[in-house]
Design a protein around this ligand. Sequence first.
Ligand SMILES: Nc1ncnc2c1ncn2[C@@H]1O[C@H](COP(=O)(O)OP(=O)(O)OP(=O)(O)O)[C@@H](O)[C@H]1O
Length: 309
Amino acid sequence: MALIEAQSLGKTFGNHRAVDDLSFTVRPGSVTGFLGPNGSGKSTTMRLMLGLDRGDGATTFDGVRFGDLDQPMRHVGALLEAKPFHPTRRARNHLRMLAAPNGIPDRRVDEVVEMVGLTDVARGRPGKFSLGMGQRLGIAAALLGDPHTLILDEPSNGLDPQGITWLRNLLKHLAGQGRAVFVSSHLLQEMALLADELVVIGRGRMLANGPVHDFIAHSGLGDVVVRTPDLSALAPRLESLGATLTASGDSLVVRGATAEQIGDAAQAAGARLHQLTTREATLEEAFLEATGLSEEFRGSHTTNDGGQR
Ligand SMILES: Nc1ncnc2c1ncn2[C@@H]1O[C@H](COP(=O)(O)OP(=O)(O)OP(=O)(O)O)[C@@H](O)[C@H]1O
């Protein structure tokens, strides 16, 4: 069972601190989602973890750094954004060339080709592959060594909805077998379905780390929908709790008070409740809230002096 431990990762390009003091663990048996706005440092972090970029800190896989692993593909499977395959080398041969130095038999090549649904085109040249097919080939390469840990940068890129569902089931299955899966994605709805844990960064720094459910619950963007014929009795009590009330049709959307607090307040006020529905924030809302101050690529504003900021 492999545990990934990243300790104080950091990277500076010129005078830009792209990754700053990031520490986290990825536990076996779980999918850990890696989220951050464009340019926040996700790919750089993954490259640092695999020793592909020089920087600060260290990452260990069950206590061993990637560079010190014997036959690393058997321990860590990685898919990074750049497609490393040769456009004219047939897909199956590409995988065989990766497999041989790691002592991986051809039989395993055929197995992973089938797992990623490329059997029919395995003798074709990746240069002619669609984005999604190329991505499947990259995933096949990551799986070749049957590794305990997977580090995947945007693996759903280019996959159609069916492909995304396939990938979700595959990664959940692999995590269910006790592997550690660390995966970045911009597809937040997908991440909500896929991930157990999250690492959320902005401008290279840690913004949140923990179970997906906690991240959403702490967002403060959840609300409670209330319907009552006795609004005038209930509203002042809710306001005195510090809640924000917004009318929505014949309902009231209450933010800043729990359903329990609202129920108690209604009883104390003698107000009848015809509906009390809790609505959790979505991962997307929680993410936008968490990264709101640190997003690097907001639309630029024109200042009074005409300059861009
Ligand atoms: N080789 C490089 N040289 C200089 N700057 C770089 C280099 N690679 C990345 N950067 C900068 O480091 C920052 C982090 O980039 P990175 O690609 O890690 O972000 P990301 O979160 O993966 O982005 P995206 O979601 O858009 O893929 C960005 O400001 C980027 O411009």
